[in-house]
Design a protein around this ligand. Structure first.
Ligand code: SF4
Ligand code: MSK
Length: 627
């Protein structure tokens, strides 16, 4: 069966650096995600359709035409909705627990338990404090203001509030919709726990009701968990501002000690960057015969340090194993999420050390550091020392770095955009009204080996900018856009005349890097600011979202909070819900009448561009704007 599912190397990835490393992986005997996908194909049809249930031991049950109910009596609609609800809870938990970790670092700062982390953007902290109603936010002692913000945001995880703190950012019309549907997110942990409760046998047995709570859970992610992650990362590590960097496997440096940081949270990767720049560590690297210490990113923690520090990006999700295959990586240092367990085996084929740093993401056989705020920098130096020690173990015969790095522009935040626009959204709105920017689409998310790597991400991005639709990218789409040369101001050559004019005048690329997966909260915040400025709801705007190659629970949660926020959202492949016509119809159609937006599924990037453009045209028309 596996032979039948075999793809050629060209079919696996769009990129030459990936293809070269896929050839080398074959030679070196390293198994990759594509190999395992062949083994796993065809997938279990019940799981694919969402019609298998393991929620109790009267089962497991599979729902078919001949067996339309599980032992308890649950039908396909109930089983599919419950599975999808738990899927969303998993994704929301990931982003939100990440956000909570940032509150804990802020707490360590406030309590004087760490000198390794500081408040880098005091102005932003005070601005947020003002929004959250902290007394004397502008003039009070910094520690007191920080403590008050910390308490308010910790409370967002509990059960005592009627709504999470950043809902003040949501336009009134949208909040009224949520209120009427019972979709207002009250507390992050509360919504996630309630989803687990509702989906226990014998609770929520109405698919629509379960899905509404799934949306509420996702909204707690977008407008609380993820937003807290973004905002506090800016406060602690600085708010991104435009800068240049580089991307692809060519950022791995043959002469230097190479450390790849992978995962999501900047709490560890920022310390690794600091430790690698320490003069003593640099001297030690030199003494070991290396020309320096090179830190490069993978996935979203890579996006965090790329946007804030311009640290180069080695690759996105499907490049993580291939980066190790270069044979030139001394250490892969991970925090959590999207880290393939197989990386440990790939690292074992070379001299690469695989180092974990979070007690909630342990990998059997890895070198583990339980990184704590009080000792983070010292621990990071120990990690960098391990990498330096590994440099002499590198086998030069097995090193192949397959490409030259591509330049990119990064570091866009809402603050940076406002700055570039001269302090107000008016120039952006004028460009939208005039049809020079016809709309804005956030293209976000992952790679999935079911697609040729990045063909959907790049195909859609190119098709949209040609149609004068501005594209914002986050997560793993960033690396794709960067490798294609689309994150440079000169990429306006590939855009329509309107984008050429506007982006050309501002000196920005037509594809704008907005950060990591949690930073999708920047995009919904920007939508809210634009809606407020125009006096309309988010669902009235000529905006949309897309995740062409998504794979994770987190990506589904992002998609659902986008839809529930009023943003039409394209997915390159469906979630595992097709076994229930009722749930599928709700996702693709029914949500439109409830929240003013829905999902659309389309694997072909050109057809997806047509759908997104048609949506934008309809929204422009309703606002009385030219096509
Ligand atoms: Fe089967 Fe119902 Fe138990 Fe699910 S909850 S495994 S459908 S008996
Ligand atoms: S890392 S969730 S593969 S974007 Fe955020 Fe990339 Fe998707 Fe993970």
């Amino acid at each position: 069966m596996a032979e039948k599912n075999k793809k050629s190397i060209e079919e696996k990835s769009l990129w030459e650096d990936a293809r070269a490393m896929l050839r080398k992986a074959e030679q070196d005997g390293v198994e990759t995600a594509w190999d395992r996908l062949e083994q796993q194909t065809p997938h279990c049809k019940f799981c694919e359709l969402g019609t298998s249930c393991r929620n109790c031991v009267m089962g497991p049950c599979r729902i078919t035409a001949k067996m339309p109910r599980g032992v308890c009596g649950a039908d396909a609609d109930v089983v599919v909705a419950r599975n999808f609800g738990r899927f969303i809870a998993g994704g929301s938990a990931g982003h939100s627990d990440h956000g909570r970790d940032l509150i804990e670092v802020l707490e360590a700062i406030v309590e004087g338990e760490t000198k390794d982390y500081q408040i880098k953007d005091e102005a932003k902290l005070r601005r947020i404090a003002g929004e959250l109603g902290v007394a004397d936010a502008g003039g009070g002692a910094l520690a007191a203001v920080a403590r008050a913000v910390m308490e308010i945001l910790y409370a967002d995880f509990g059960s005592r509030k009627k709504e999470v703190a950043f809902l003040g950012r949501v336009p009134e019309k949208r909040r009224a919709i949520w209120q009427s549907l019972g979709m207002t997110p009250r507390g992050v942990d509360r919504e996630i726990a309630e989803m687990m409760h509702r989906t226990h046998m014998g609770c929520d047995n109405d698919a629509a009701s379960t899905l509404i709570h799934a949306a509420r859970t996702a909204l707690a992610d977008g407008w609380a968990g993820s937003m807290i992650g973004t905002e506090l990362s800016d406060v602690i590590f600085g708010t991104p501002s435009p800068k240049k960097s580089t991307v692809n496997l060519g950022v791995i440096n043959q002469e230097q000690v190479n450390i790849l940081v992978h995962g999501h949270n900047p709490v560890v990767s920022e310390m690794i960057v600091a430790a690698a720049n320490d003069p003593e560590m640099l001297a030690r690297a030199e003494a070991a015969g290396a020309g320096g210490i090179n830190v490069a990113g993978l996935c979203c923690t890579g996006n965090e340090i790329l946007a804030r520090r311009g640290i180069p990006m080695a690759g996105n999700h499907l490049m993580t194993e291939l980066a190790v295959v270069t044979g030139a990586v001394e250490a892969v240092v991970v925090d959590y999420q999207c880290i393939m367990p197989s990386l440990l085996q790939a690292a074992g084929c070379y001299h690469t050390q695989f180092i974990t740093t979070a007690n909630k993401a342990r990998f059997s056989g890895a070198v583990h550091f339980d990184i704590k705020p009080a000792t983070a920098l010292a621990q990071a130096k120990e990690i960098v020392q391990l990498a330096i020690d590994g440099f002499s173990k590198r086998d030069p015969q097995r090193v192949e770095i397959p490409s030259q790095p591509v330049e990119i522009m990064t570091g866009f935040s809402n603050e940076a955009i406002l700055n570039a626009l001269g302090g107000s959204l008016t120039p952006l709105l004028e460009a939208i009204k005039a049809g020079k920017i016809r709309g804005v689409v956030g293209i976000v998310g992952c790679n999935n080996p079911k697609f040729q790597q990045d063909s959907g991400n790049i195909g859609l991005t190119k098709a949209l900018i040609q149609r004068d639709i501005l594209v914002l990218v986050t997560g793993c789409v960033t690396t794709a856009a960067g490798k294609a040369g689309l994150l440079l101001p000169q990429a306006i050559d590939q855009a329509g005349p309107g984008l050429q004019e506007i982006c050309g005048a501002l000196g920005i690329p037509p594809v704008v890097h907005f950060g990591s997966c949690v930073d999708n909260s920047r995009i919904i915040h920007l939508c809210a600011l634009i809606a407020e400025e125009l006096g309309v709801d988010i669902s009235d705007l000529p905006v949309a979202a897309s995740s062409p190659e998504w794979y994770s629970e987190k990506a589904a949660a992002i998609g659902l909070y986008a839809v529930a926020s009023g943003i039409y959202t394209h997915l390159g492949l469906p979630p595992n819900i097709l076994g229930s016509p009722a749930v599928t119809d709700l996702a693709l159609n029914g949500l439109e009448s409830l929240v003013g937006a829905s999902f659309v599924v389309e694997p072909d990037p050109d057809k997806a561009a047509d759908l997104l453009e048609a949506r934008i045209v309809s929204k422009r028309k309703a606002l009385g704007l030219p096509k």
